[in-house]
Design a protein around this ligand. Structure first.
Ligand code: GL5
Length: 823
């Protein structure tokens, strides 16, 4: 790839910063607040982007390439300023210019709120994909929602998680631009009237007595690295149709106006903070249809403008990728637009739609499956429901034809069944591609979860193992290591991560090992300072940094980790001479606000931390840290500092994971189960450079099919485990309320609320996990062996670039052509 580095005029840039401060705030830089300085700098950086952004879209208009619309309820972008500077290839130059203005780039970057329009891995994947699409010069739009409040901020008070609103737009977001010219109406409710067209004799379907809002897009620039491509992330805001009119004497109108005002206000107010979990809230379905309808209307209009109003070949230039089932109403909305607004008949519209929409499945967790009650769905989206009914009717006919007399197949596969609309079934039936996100996950989809669909339409199924962008998670997040790597092997890895394998040459080189570990040490010092500042805890950068950062979910098994810490602590207490490398267990996780047991687990981690960190008798052998408000920006620093990457989900449950890849890239050893992309990580780096434990996914699935296992046997037989479990309910870690962790205890041992005990096999895997932890300790004692191993992890991470993933989507699914933008 030809890297293009634009000229940078330092003096111009400095002038722009000073000028922005003046025109935005009527201030000089030294009078301005840190936030105002950030804004002034960000606008100056935006200026460097604008010409490329314009040029990119001119070029797209001219060449009319095929475009992918990445439809996603979530984009977990992280901060833009530093990333934009990196992708402009002007980080150092801008840093220097700012120094001359007496501004510290780190402090400036720290002022930017993380645009956190996503929950976890699914939203962050979308953000990585946009970075790769732009870097690889593929035309694309991210389509989503401009939530007024993104992912909540987490505070820890007395060990409890407290959620506070994330008011990311409070000071204005400098990189967005409002595109008021692209406004679309989106309609909800009412009923559908059939009107016969006198001339054609066709039935027209007209929605009446509806409420509607106006969708208004804001565009954020997505810069390619080292090229002129600037794609857009388009996030939609909602405005009332008419600012309501107080003079209106018509009572009906007045009522309607207020309702529409409220609808617009509520619609984009907040991101639902559930990860891997479906809550079935009406507002959520409204959000889905809202951004889908606006995005599809815009995409079809753009296409028609370029093709004399003819939509019949839409699929040649447009493809919609559904990021999980959340945007699946795309299918019916596109059908509606093609039929009701463009006069196509069903077969024509279906032919186009089913060549235009593709679906990615991101989880097999049953509680994440979206199933809308018919009552709600049809009331909110009456015309869309009619269309889904007809899609279902035809699909059921097909099932009957293929499996005559097999009622069971219909029960399992129909889109509408049992009073519910099943979004995954709709996505699979209509989509031209269905993909999983890691090899193992795709196999489980084919053999278990979506078996019937796979048998009926095997040609649709394919795997796209996830990836991450090395530009953010190494070049920006770990500048010391990035520079060292470039020094050793050149900078080709930045756009071609496979090249990082050249580091393999150095893994036995003592000097290189020392340099690598020295950088790791410095990154640990950086994190230790952060922990001291925000947690008030002293941690030793010479201890093993053992890290589990990700959303809090039972299947991810933070509980297994902390139970093991409790067990280790008991060991040290009973045998003070117990020999182990000092270890710092670091956690970071947000729990969905309504997820009780997850919140209890956070409290447990904090209470255990409190007891252990304050026990001088163990002379600092273990420390436990819970990092508050884990998010993309502090994540970048955490990955860089980790020695051990905890990827310990119950096998079969983590579709892929992407944190695992970020740790690997930054030189950490995976301590994990054979789940998700861990399997492929081990394949790349070799078993001897990871530590694997626990049940396999086959074993887990087998137990599940047999109705589970009996954790009581373990409780009765294993004294160490029993001791730890009793500590959950004897007040050792909750002296003012011994019952505090009763639910956790019960979840492991008792059948309750219709749920088996220990459905995530925590006790079943405990011993094997403890052994794996001993193995980590043993390996760390061999300094040279450890250094070699972590270097190999970095060297073998080439496969896990989102650039590779995107190239696979392009080749197998989207069929895009690159567009090179000249300036
Ligand atoms: C997720 C899966 O849980 C992750 O394993 C996966 O890496 C990610 C991206 O494919 O998608 N599904 C999901 O709902 N969230 C995820 O992170 O939030």
């Amino acid at each position: 790839m030809a890297i293009h580095k634009a000229k940078f005029d330092k003096e111009e840039f400095k002038k722009a910063v000073v000028g922005n401060c003046k025109s935005l705030y009527r201030k000089t830089l030294d009078e301005a607040s840190q936030q105002q300085r950030f804004q002034s700098v960000a606008y100056a950086v935006k200026d460097l982007i604008m010409d490329k952004w314009i040029a990119t879209h001119k070029q797209y208009d001219k060449e009319d390439p095929k475009v992918v619309y990445y439809m996603s309820m979530e984009f977990l972008m992280g901060r833009a300023l530093g990333n934009n500077m990196i992708n402009l290839m002007q980080y150092k130059e801008i840093k220097k210019a700012l120094e001359e203005l007496d501004l510290d780039i780190n402090e400036i970057e720290d002022q930017e709120p993380d645009p956190a329009l996503g929950n976890g891995g699914l939203g962050r994947l979308a953000a990585c994909f946009l970075d790769s699409l732009a870097t690889l010069e593929y035309p694309s739009y991210g389509c989503g929602i401009r939530y007024r409040y993104g992912m909540f901020k987490q505070e820890i008070k007395d060990g409890y998680q407290i959620e506070t609103p994330d008011d990311w737009l409070r000071d204005g977001y400098p990189f967005e631009i409002k595109r008021a010219e692209y406004r679309y109406e989106v309609k909800f409710g009412g009923y559908v009237k059939v009107v016969k067209d006198e001339k054609t004799g066709r039935d027209n379907f007209v929605q009446e007595d509806y409420r509607s809002v106006i969708a208004v897009p804001y565009d954020l620039p997505i810069l390619g690295y080292g090229n002129n491509t600037v794609n857009s992330l388009r996030i939609w805001d909602a405005e009332p149709v008419v600012k309501f009119n107080l003079n209106s004497f018509d009572k009906g109108d007045y009522q309607k106006a207020i309702e529409e005002e409220n609808l617009a206000k509520n619609l984009v107010e907040v991101l639902y903070p559930n990860d891997n979990h479906y809550a079935g809230k009406e507002l959520r379905l409204k959000q889905q249809y809202f951004f889908v309808s606006a995005s599809v209307q815009r995409a079809v209009d753009r296409y028609k403008n370029m093709h004399n109003g003819d939509v019949s070949k839409l699929y040649e230039k447009v493809t919609f990728q559904l990021n999980d089932t959340h945007p699946t109403v795309t299918v019916a909305e596109l059908m509606r637009i093609l039929m009701d607004e463009n006069g196509l008949d069903w077969d024509q519209a279906w032919d186009i739609t089913s060549k235009t929409v593709a679906y990615t499945n991101h989880t097999i967790m049953a509680e994440a499956l979206e199933k809308w009650p018919i009552e709600l769905f049809s009331r909110l989206l009456p015309r869309i429901y009619q269309i889904v009914e007809e899609i279902n009717r035809r699909f059921v006919e097909k099932i009957k034809a293929k499996y005559p007399g097999d009622q069971e197949k219909i029960r399992k596969m129909a889109i509408i069944y049992d009073g519910q609309v099943k979004m995954a079934h709709l996505a699979i039936c209509a989509g031209y591609s269905v993909n999983g996100v890691a090899k193992l996950h795709t196999e489980i989809l084919k053999k278990q979860e979506l078996k019937d669909f796979y048998e009926m339409m095997p040609e649709k199924f394919n795997n796209k193992t996830n990836g991450i962008t090395q530009r953010r998670f190494l070049l920006h997040g770990n500048p010391l290591l990035a520079e060292w790597i470039t020094d050793k092997i050149g900078d080709g890895w930045i756009t071609d991560l496979k090249q990082i394998d050249k580091l393999s040459l150095y893994v036995d080189d003592k000097k290189a090992q020392q340099e690598f570990m020295n950088i790791k040490y410095k990154n640990k010092v950086r994190l230790a300072e952060y922990i001291k500042k925000y947690n008030g805890i002293d941690v030793d950068p010479n201890s093993i940094f053992d890290v589990q950062v990700k959303r809090l979910h039972e299947y991810k098994r933070q509980l297994l980790n902390i139970l093991h810490v409790m067990y280790l602590y008991n060991k040290i207490k009973t045998d003070p001479t117990f020999d182990m490398e000092p270890r710092t267990f670091i956690f970071g996780a947000k729990a969905a606000a309504g997820y009780r047991i997850a919140k209890q687990t956070i409290k447990l981690i904090n209470n255990v931390a409190n007891v252990i960190n304050n026990d001088a008798s163990i002379s600092g052998k273990i420390k436990v840290v819970f990092i508050e408000n884990y998010r993309v920006s502090n994540g970048e620093m955490i990955f860089a500092a980790a020695d051990v990457s905890e990827q310990i989900s119950t096998a079969s449950k983590e579709a892929s994971g992407t944190g695992n890849m970020k740790f690997m890239l930054n030189g950490a050893i995976t301590l994990g189960t054979m789940d998700g992309a861990n399997v492929e990580i081990v394949q790349e780096v070799g078993e001897e450079n990871a530590v694997i434990f626990g049940l396999s996914s086959d074993e887990v699935i087998k137990y599940e099919n047999e109705g589970g296992y009996d954790p009581m046997e373990i409780f009765n037989e294993d004294q160490d485990v029993r001791e730890v479990l009793m500590e959950l309910i004897n007040g050792k870690y909750s002296d003012n309320d011994p019952e505090e962790f009763r639910d956790i205890y019960n979840s492991l041992l008792n059948f309750q609320d219709g749920r088996r005990a220990d459905i995530y096999f925590i006790l079943k895997d405990f011993k094997s996990y403890a052994k794996a932890q001993e193995e980590i300790d043993k390996r760390y004692k061999d300094k040279a062996g450890w250094a070699k191993s972590v270097m190999l992890n970095t060297a073998k991470s080439g496969k896990f670039s989102s650039d590779r993933t995107i190239e696979e989507y392009v080749k197998d699914i989207w069929k895009l052509e690159k567009v090179h933008v000249e300036m």
